[in-house]
Design a protein around this ligand. Structure first.
Ligand SMILES: Cc1cc2nc3c(=O)[nH]c(=O)nc-3n(C[C@H](O)[C@H](O)[C@H](O)COP(=O)(O)OP(=O)(O)OC[C@H]3O[C@@H](n4cnc5c(N)ncnc54)[C@H](O)[C@@H]3O)c2cc1C
Length: 467
């Protein structure tokens, strides 16, 4: 990387793979004078460039928002992964002009930049030993929104928290008494902490959105600052036209890549197959297969999604929202063996249009049994054999109306009822297994959302949880 944007976590992981070339590279690092700057994770030292970067940035942002003391660089420099890099400096930017200025100063001094929204990334996406650009906790900065078309679309700045956005849509539906309530498509388990910038840049997806309602499929428009400081706003015809003029070579390159991919039938088939399952590792190269080469800006927009900030800074997005059905119910069905739970999942996938199915393994159930509300609603989890491989499925059905919900539940019970798959739960595969009270289903979903921190918290001291 010669431009001042950090390596993606994918590249970090590749670099960390225990193959021969990595060992040679590690040996080379060991022989390197650690006072000499090298543009690789863990090797960035201040050979004068960070001192100059900070000087210039203090002239633009002032003292307060250019942070280099050990306590705050440590605090801001941590994400939810087990990787550890300490930033040389953290800059707190409040608007797009400051992003453009920071990128320009970084280019001048060749100091790579990593963007950080809420820092809940699990694979080291939001950490760096160079410059960390932080958008969270900046007062009202990066937190504007605008709801349009009766809630069918919402324009957002990157510092809004996902759950907060859904609450804004709920309040809008209440205020305007709309027939349908909407929410954003992506639903990562961390939705009450993570921010739009991170949701877009990680192409996060969660328990219900799958691969169909993630940002890639529900994003309408994006405003993005490229590394060279250019701003492209795909919602603005003038901006698109100007970009065609100023970045003709880039767009030709994108179009030519798309043409090559689309002329290769086996490659097209492979891409379609890979992206029909959850596969958010690496760039969204399905963009090269899904859109005509005659519309390279559309392709570029989709390539930005999931690019972990390596292609540009997202300063605004417009989502097409998805219906958030008010009628829903969840069942937590326990099975004597994880194989039975898997068999039931296959039946649900092939024979029903169930909205969500999440599996809990024995270890997760053991931890759930220690949660009072879970133990109250599912007493059977406390009595599973200690050495068995018991498991559970959390199943959610939704409907536009109460009748549609009951029909969906009927389908699930009908499909599972005839299979002979053994179960441990008292209510088994009957409609009584489904909880309609949001407080009860909330207990199940809170347990699911909390699994990563719960399992992480229960790990042996000194060990790491791999995801
Ligand atoms: C308990 C827990 C549960 C989780 N569950 C899920 C899950 O179900 N599904 C899932 O997909 N992930 C999950 N995650 C991972 C993570 O929370 C999500 O990917 C989340 O969307 C990251 O958002 P963030 O605001 O924390 O972004 P950060 O971690 O701050 O950043 C994420 C990436 O986005 C880039 N970035 C941030 N802002 C911008 C911007 N404005 N422009 C360009 N790039 C930017 C950063 O450089 C980084 O590469 C979970 C994490 C935890 C801790």
């Amino acid at each position: 990387h010669t431009h001042p944007v950090r390596r993606s976590s994918v590249q970090q992981r590749q670099a960390a793979a225990p193959d021969l070339s990595a060992q040679v590279a590690v040996a080379a690092y060991k022989n390197t004078d650690t006072t000499v700057y090298r543009n690789a994770d863990g090797m960035r030292v201040d050979d004068g460039r960070y001192t100059r970067f900070k000087q210039d940035m203090r002239g633009i942002l002032g003292e307060d928002r250019v942070v280099d003391d050990p306590v705050r660089t440590f605090a801001f420099g941590v994400d939810a992964s087990f990787y550890r890099l300490n930033p040389q400096v953290v800059v707190r930017v409040k608007d797009e002009n400051e992003v453009v200025d920071t990128l320009s100063v970084a280019r001048r001094h060749q100091t790579p930049i990593t963007f950080r929204a809420a820092g809940t990334s699990l694979s080291g996406q939001a950490i760096t030993d160079s410059v960390l650009m932080k958008i969270s906790h900046n007062g009202k900065a990066w937190r504007k929104h605008k709801i349009a078309d009766g809630g069918r679309s919402i324009t957002l700045e990157p510092g809004l928290i996902g759950g907060e956005v859904n609450r804004l849509l709920t309040a809008y539906a209440k205020k305007h008494k709309t027939e349908t309530q909407y929410k954003i498509g992506p639903d990562p388990a961390s939705i009450d902490s993570c921010m739009i910038g991170g949701i877009v840049a990680n192409n996060s997806s969660g328990m219900c959105c799958g691969v169909k309602q993630n940002t890639y499929h529900t994003l309408q428009d994006m405003r993005v600052v490229l590394v060279d400081g250019t701003i492209l706003d795909t919602a603005d015809a003038a901006s698109r036209a100007a970009f065609h003029e100023s970045h003709a070579a880039l767009l030709e390159g994108v179009a030519s890549l798309a043409s090559r991919v689309q002329a290769d039938a086996p490659l097209m088939e492979l891409i379609h197959k890979k992206y029909s399952i959850k596969n958010t590792t690496g760039y969204s190269i399905n963009a090269l297969a899904d859109f005509p080469p005659t519309d390279p800006i559309e392709i570029l927009k989709r390539l930005m999604i999931g690019s972990e900030g390596t292609l540009g800074f997202v300063s605004r997005v417009t989502y097409q929202t998805v219906p958030d059905h008010r009628h829903k119910a969840s069942a937590f069905i326990v099975f004597p063996d994880i194989g039975d739970a898997c068999d039931a999942t296959t039946v649900l996938r092939n024979e029903t249009s169930v909205d969500a199915v999440e599996i809990f393994d024995r270890r997760s159930l053991k931890l759930c049994a220690e949660m009072e509300p879970m133990a109250r609603l599912c007493p059977e989890i406390a009595t599973l054999p200690v050495d068995g491989e018991g498991a559970a499925l959390l199943i959610e059905c939704r409907g536009e109306s109460e009748e549609a919900l009951h029909a969906a539940i009927g389908d699930v019970c009908g499909a599972l009822g005839g299979t002979g798959i053994p179960f441990t739960s008292a209510a088994g595969f009957t409609p009584e297994a489904f909880r309609h009270d949001p407080k009860d289903s909330g207990v199940f979903w809170d347990a699911r959302k909390g699994l990563i921190p719960i399992v992480g918290g229960a790990r042996e001291p000194g060990s790491s949880m791999l995801l």
